[in-house]
Design a protein around this ligand. Structure first.
Ligand SMILES: Cc1ncc(COP(=O)(O)O)c(C=O)c1O
Length: 378
């Protein structure tokens, strides 16, 4: 049997929207992008969304818009994808890695507090695997040190904590619509915020710093001006037409993800295997982006091999970022700096997880896991 790590939900049903774009004048950022931005803002309960080409681009534009650059420091968790820290490096600022809470895997505020220096300008918590950090606590922390608070919400569109959703308390939240994300158009991203000025500025920066985009120039030609040195990170109408229909089904798919999650949990409990899971804080609606298990670091890589040999697709999200050779070489980071993230990075395996994952496949994944432990015990 083969169980894919991920399967998207896109199918022919998206074709009418795509067809409409093909039959329209705009392939680039136009009315469909604007429509998606409005729908996404409404879903999150925030004032504005700006569609961009990736979460990485969104994080970078938020940092640039906040005037962050060389000489500045930005606190990021050591347990995340490299993109979080890379977006800081691209501005010329320095990412400063802080450790995580060992139970949830989320950026730990006490650890972040120890990384504050006179150069700290921003903090980027990550809503890891779909679980939000406590945004009220992070807001108070950021305010007390006068930091920009930018949420890396690449894993978390559907989540909330204490009734707060991504983008509502941060200065901005950045989302990913990459190929394996809950909401996807292959590649894409968005920045959502309640700060109108920030949204206006990101809209300008995403397209070369022009004060008018293609749609703004088309109906009635007006000269544009380049008011800032911008970039080329604008979402286009083809991407937006793939995303828009998914907004209507987002909760339906979330329920399915939750059902898959519950099946995994009950089967793991039944067998009482030596497997742990990142904990979920109370008052959390988990977005259920990834289903991650933790096993002893001494057996993790053997288990990866065993899953693969038996046709089960897996991933590792993530090994601690600061141990990547680029960072050790250029920033002098290394083992021992963020011990909880390093331990977690040696223990995690992400299992197949998507709304269409069937009970038969879940049973198979768990039976392979169980066989592995039987083999190890021999
Ligand atoms: C936590 C996290 N942040 C940022 C990103 C970057 O997203 P994108 O590929 O849209 O730039 C990812 C992508 O996987 C991610 O997992």
């Amino acid at each position: 049997m083969k169980v894919e790590f991920y399967k998207h939900n896109l199918s022919g049903e998206n074709q009418p929207d795509l067809k409409a774009v093909f039959n329209s004048v705009f392939l680039t950022s136009g009315p469909v992008t604007a429509k998606f931005e409005t729908a996404f803002s409404r879903y999150l309960g925030v004032k504005r969304t700006v569609g961009v080409t990736s979460c990485t681009a969104g994080l970078f534009l938020c940092l640039k818009s906040s005037g962050i650059g060389p000489g500045d420091e930005v606190i990021v968790p050591a347990m995340t994808f490299a993109a979080t820290a890379n977006s800081v490096l691209h501005t010329g600022a320095t990412p400063v890695f802080a450790d995580i809470d060992p139970d949830t895997g989320l950026l730990d505020l006490a650890g972040a507090g120890r990384k504050i220096t006179p150069h700290t300008r921003a903090i980027i918590p990550v809503h890891l695997y779909g679980q939000m950090v406590d945004m009220e606590a992070f807001r108070a922390f950021a305010d007390s040190y006068k930091l920009y608070l930018i949420e890396d919400a690449a894993h978390c569109v559907e989540g909330s904590r204490n009734g707060i959703k991504p983008g509502q308390l941060g200065d901005a939240a950045c989302f990913s619509f990459y190929a394996t994300k809950n909401l996807t158009c292959g590649e894409g991203g968005a920045v959502s915020t309640n700060d109108e000025k920030l949204a206006d500025n990101i809209k300008i920066l995403r397209l070369h710093g022009l004060n008018k985009d293609a749609a703004g120039r088309y109906e009635h030609f007006k000269h544009w001006d380049m008011v800032e040195l911008g970039y080329k990170y604008n979402m286009n109408d083809i991407q937006a037409s793939i995303l828009l229909p998914q907004m209507e089904k987002i909760e339906k798919y979330h329920v399915k993800r939750r059902e898959v999650y519950e099946q995994y949990i009950s089967k793991l409990k039944e067998l009482s295997l030596p497997v742990r899971r990142p904990e979920t804080a109370p008052q959390t609606k988990h977005a259920h982006h990834l289903f991650v298990i933790r096993v002893d670091s001494g057996i993790r890589d053997r288990l990866i091999e065993f899953f693969q040999a038996n046709g089960v697709g897996i991933a590792v999200n993530y090994r601690a970022v600061h141990l990547n050779s680029y960072y050790t070489k250029h920033l002098g980071t290394g083992p021992g700096m963020c011990p909880h993230a390093e331990k977690m990075g040696d223990e995690v395996i992400s299992l197949p997880f998507y709304p269409s994952l069937e009970t038969e496949s879940i049973d198979y994944v768990i039976s392979v896991l169980s066989q592995f432990f039987e083999k190890e015990a021999r």
